[in-house]
Design a protein. Structure first.
Length: 283
């Protein structure tokens, strides 16, 4: 039995499908299937029940899951500890942030850092998922929710103001009305966000034109005249084709937090990058 096969087992157990697990591990689906069959044959147990909806753990699979997760935590702990003692300004860093934050705020800072430290390879994942710092899915995470994990060191990085935008020259709606106005808002998975409720309250008679979980997409639609959009001001104010709408009350802003696993607190390349990010963005 190989440890790499246990990583494969954990990926399938967490994702529920061979395809999703293969994408996560960077393997092909046929390779995943072959290695899973080999693992089950080596153990003499069936770990998953194959169903039309995906892979479901058997009783034996559930028993294996708890031990595999403990083995994973020990292996990742060793990896983090060794990585945290690295003192050279070279190596790899994986970052995670929302799409618009990565494009408009982080990218200029990362370009500056890369010019100063060309030996550091940075991977920026713009993903709505909350990646795990303990599992080294990311080394440095930027998100709008505070970190609650006990093994994560975090701080509030900055507060971001939001604004309501419309295509430049278009007729502005009136507060508490909005009849005839069309809105560009978050998709239903993010319907609980504060700006969605603010839009409904401020423009109750407006209609939903389109939904997207991507702020850059909303901004492009707004610039094309598709409707009004609530956007982070660092994004909205940078687009000449749109202008801000004043309804007497601004949309709710957001706090952005940054966090990393405490085992990496001595990792020099992470500290240098974090110091630069704080210097350029914190407020």
């Amino acid at each position: 039995m190989e440890w790499s096969d246990l990583k494969l087992f954990l990926a399938i157990a967490r994702s529920g499908t061979l395809g999703a697990a293969a994408r996560y591990l960077g393997l092909t689906q046929p390779t995943m299937g072959r290695r899973l069959r080999a693992l089950e044959q080596a153990l003499g147990q069936t770990l998953f029940q194959r169903t039309p909806d995906g892979f479901v753990l058997t009783d034996e699979g559930h028993a294996a899951l708890a031990r595999a997760e403990r083995m994973e935590e020990e292996a990742l702990g060793l990896e983090r500890e060794l990585a945290g003692t690295g003192r050279g300004v070279s190596g790899f860093l994986r970052l995670s942030s929302s799409d618009w934050f990565g494009i408009h705020l982080l990218s200029p800072v990362l370009a500056e850092f890369s010019a100063a430290h060309p030996g550091v390879v940075i991977e920026l994942l713009t993903d709505s998922r909350l990646l795990s710092l303990s599992r080294r899915e990311a080394d440095l995470v930027f998100r709008i929710a505070p970190f609650t994990e006990p093994d994560v060191i975090s701080r509030k990085l900055l507060h971001i103001d939001y604004g309501l935008y419309i295509r430049k020259g278009a007729e502005h709606p009136e507060a508490s009305k909005g009849r005839g106005a069309r809105l560009l808002t978050m998709d239903e998975a993010f319907g609980g966000m504060a700006d969605v409720a603010w839009l409904k309250r401020m423009l109750p008679q407006a209609d939903i034109a389109m939904r997207s979980n991507n702020r850059d997409v909303q901004a492009a639609l707004c610039a094309g005249g598709a409707g009004l959009a609530v956007l982070p001001r660092p994004l909205g104010d940078s687009i000449s084709a749109i202008e801000r709408v004043d309804l007497g009350e601004p949309p709710p802003g957001r706090d952005t937090w940054v966090g990393y696993h405490h085992d990496l607190k001595r990792l020099q390349r992470l500290r240098l990058l974090l110091d630069l990010v704080i210097d350029r963005l914190a407020r």
